[in-house]
Design a protein around this ligand. Structure first.
Ligand code: MG
Length: 206
């Protein structure tokens, strides 16, 4: 199983970090050891002083494929979840300045929180609303209609480079409002389904 992540997929978030808008999806990977089961705490890593949350919609790849054509891309996911792409922003900044890869800032143990999945039919798939609350305060509110690259665009693009395999996860980017966490913070993710707002994700920083 691999974890594929997309960066800078929401214009307002690219702006808040002073990044240019991408013309192609920005892609990076996390290893399976980055996964943090929902409701397990993240222990604040000793190598960073600026750990940030990024709430994202996560796709579970439903079948194997490479070079997926646009007309078939929607068949490659049937379930979505919420995830947090934890980022050591200070290390990431250093990597960016030196033109180095991001893995130590993005792919460390516990950096990929994953909620339970819900069937894609239970949400408005053209405009999925999701929210993050930190200690009960709303900090991020996203809508997938604001993505620069749609789920289908992402599947078409990444499958040119990586064979998609059943069970792979795709973190599809974070909306504006990212920020730091401190020890003791509680992060909670909410997904708007067609009928209700579901409290799907929960993670405490210890
Ligand atoms: Mg991210």
């Amino acid at each position: 199983m691999k974890i594929i992540c997309i960066g800078r997929n929401y214009a307002e978030h690219a702006k808040e970090l002073n990044n240019p808008l991408p013309t192609k999806p920005v892609v990076f990977l996390k290893p399976a050891s980055a996964l943090l089961v929902n409701r397990k705490p993240l222990y604040y890593p000793e190598f960073t002083q600026d750990l940030h949350y990024e709430l994202e919609v996560v796709l579970k790849v439903a079948k194997n494929g490479r070079h997926v054509q646009p007309a078939f891309a929607a068949d490659y996911y049937r379930e979505i979840a919420l995830g947090i792409d934890f980022t050591a922003r200070d290390l990431q900044q250093e990597c960016k300045e030196k033109g180095q890869p991001w893995e130590i800032a993005k792919a460390f143990d516990g950096s990929a929180v994953l909620s339970p999945f819900v069937p894609i039919d239970t949400v408005n798939r053209q405009a999925i609303e999701f929210e993050l609350r930190k200690n009960g305060q709303a900090v991020q509110h996203g809508n997938t209609k604001d993505m620069i690259f749609s789920f289908e665009d992402i599947i078409v693009y990444v499958s040119r480079f990586f064979k998609l395999q059943m069970g792979d996860l795709i973190y599809t980017g974070t909306p504006a409002g990212v920020g730091p966490v401190q020890i003791g913070d509680k992060l909670e993710g909410y997904l708007h389904t067609k009928t209700t707002v579901k409290h799907l994700l929960s993670c405490e920083v210890k």
